[in-house]
Design a protein around this ligand. Structure first.
Ligand code: DUC
Ligand code: ZN
Ligand code: ZN
Length: 477
């Protein structure tokens, strides 16, 4: 009988804390041995000479199979979304389970599980989106769901059907404090966006690029400040998601400097896209409509600075895919009448890691260790998956991404294997690519080919976020 199910030989293993030449022995889905020259045989041996062996990417901010308005269909379900995730070097993704107004949270959770069951190539674990914080939800459902391993929830400060009032935000934060959950905040001021949108529409300025005009930096900065202040009142940690610019970062840094448990996420679109991408002729700009919108070159620089100095704990995709050439997607008829009806979100589940690797590690902005922390380990720590995930350590799940650090790739949509029909990053030249993705010891993608026979990823119940009790050393990098 073989000693191991799988051995990855000859690679350079990178974790958040170091880089070593090391073989990895896997048995029953876990890492069972780490040694410079591992004795023993295995059913499968992968030669990783000249390659990097990293903890598989964890993308803690993705949207799959989410309802997105009448007639609109999200481009990825759990099968296509997690398949694409695996092509991009990810082994776990954290999608959202969205409570519709009037719906019980437990019902929503059941529904998303039924959508995901048997369809995931990577492992998954749900966050909750609280849109209707009734007494029943706050008093009973949320505490019970946190106990069951749904230990993080997202709240929105904008969108008609999702936004919570300050009072409701405080109530949800209070439950998070009581239960030890982590609150994720979408920080944009709803009334300000509504006012600006109505004014733009009255002026006939309805093209896709005015999506960005209707959500300027002040809208995000104000809401970020308010979310932090509310969290301070409750004394609860928060994660400000998809931060796009320096002014919002200044709010976050000020809070961090005061010792508040304020954590932050940014995404590839804020590093490599700008508002001018929304200027495309006809409806082309719709391909880049997401919220907050991409800003300008100075904002990109600011976000890079935040990545380098540890202001950002996590780097996620905010994958929220809609097909372009599709009346159920970006070219929905109503979207032609005003930017406000263009489905809001862009794909990025497969491109997150290669973009940060090439532009961050390759161009000398961050170390490999910081790359691993920002794309895997910190997600595991922030969302209660560590040390089962996010590390290459004895006993951890054998979730690995093997990278060819020299591979030159011109991004094209064909490489991504998602349900979308475009990538906002078409034509981008990158160096470094995840060539093999292994989930729980099973090879899922190898050399551009899906080799998994069937989707066998599982839902993972999570423990408490390490960040809830984190002693503040905001240099997470
Ligand atoms: N917020 C997200 O997190 N994703 C897509 C759209 C949005 O507003
Ligand atoms: Zn959001
Ligand atoms: Zn999102």
């Amino acid at each position: 009988m073989a000693d191991f199910d799988l051995i990855v030989r000859g690679g350079t293993v990178v974790t958040e804390s170091g880089t070593t030449r090391c073989d990895v022995g896997v048995k029953n889905g876990r890492i069972e041995a780490l040694a410079e020259n591992l004795d023993g045989n295995a059913e499968t041996i992968i030669d990783a000479t000249g390659r990097l062996v990293l903890p598989g990417g964890i993308d803690s901010h993705v949207h799959l199979s989410q309802p997105s308005g009448p007639g609109i269909v999200m481009a990825d379900d759990f099968e296509s979304g997690t398949r694409s995730a695996a092509f991009g070097g990810n082994t776990t993704v954290l999608p959202f389970c969205l409570q519709q107004k009037g719906q019980s949270l437990r019902e929503a959770v059941k529904h998303y599980h039924s959508e995901a069951e048997g369809r995931c190539y990577t492992d998954v674990s749900f966050h909750l989106i609280i849109s209707d914080p009734t007494e029943q939800v706050l008093g009973q459902e949320l505490p019970a769901l946190v106990k069951d391993g749904y230990t993080s929830f997202k709240v929105f400060m904008t969108y008609e059907d999702l936004k919570l009032s300050d009072l409701e935000l405080l109530r949800v934060m209070d439950v998070a404090r009581e239960t030890g959950a982590l609150v994720m905040v979408h920080a944009e001021n709803h009334d300000a966006i509504r006012f600006l949108t109505e004014r733009l529409e009255r002026e006939g300025r309805t093209e896709p690029r005015h999506h960005a005009t209707s959500r300027p930096i002040a809208v995000e900065r104000e809401a970020t400040h308010r979310a932090i202040s509310l969290a301070e009142l409750i004394d609860v940690p928060v994660m400000i998601v998809h931060v796009s610019n320096r002014e919002a970062m200044d709010e976050i840094r000020r809070a961090q400097g005061k010792g508040l448990k304020v954590f932050a996420e940014t995404c590839p679109q804020y590093l490599v896209l700008t508002e001018s991408d929304l200027d495309g002729l006809n409806m082309e700009g719709a391909k880049y409509v997401c919220s907050p919108p991409p800003r300008d070159a100075a904002s990109q620089d600011a976000c890079w600075e935040g990545i380098e100095d540890g202001t950002f704990a996590v780097f996620s995709s905010d994958h929220c895919p809609f097909r372009y050439e599709d009346v159920a997607g970006k070219l929905a008829p109503k979207g032609r009448t005003s930017f406000r009806w263009i489905p809001n979100g862009i794909p990025g589940i497969a491109t997150r890691l290669p973009i940060l690797f090439s532009k961050g590690v390759g161009e000398g902005r961050i170390s490999l260790q910081t790359f691993v922390a920002l794309t895997s380990t910190n997600h595991a720590r922030a969302y209660g998956l560590y040390p089962r995930k996010g590390d290459i350590a004895l006993g951890s799940d054998a979730d690995l991404a093997i990278w060819d650090p020299e591979k030159k790739v011109t991004l094209t949509h064909d490489l991504l294997h998602d349900g979308c029909d475009y990538t906002p990053y078409e034509g981008m030249e990158l160096t470094g690519w995840p060539v093999t993705t292994i989930v729980g010891g099973r090879v899922i993608v190898d050399d551009g080919v899906l080799v998994a026979v069937r989707p066998e990823g599982v839902h993972v119940a999570r423990g408490q976020s390490e960040y809830v009790h984190k002693e503040l050393d905001h240099g997470t990098a």
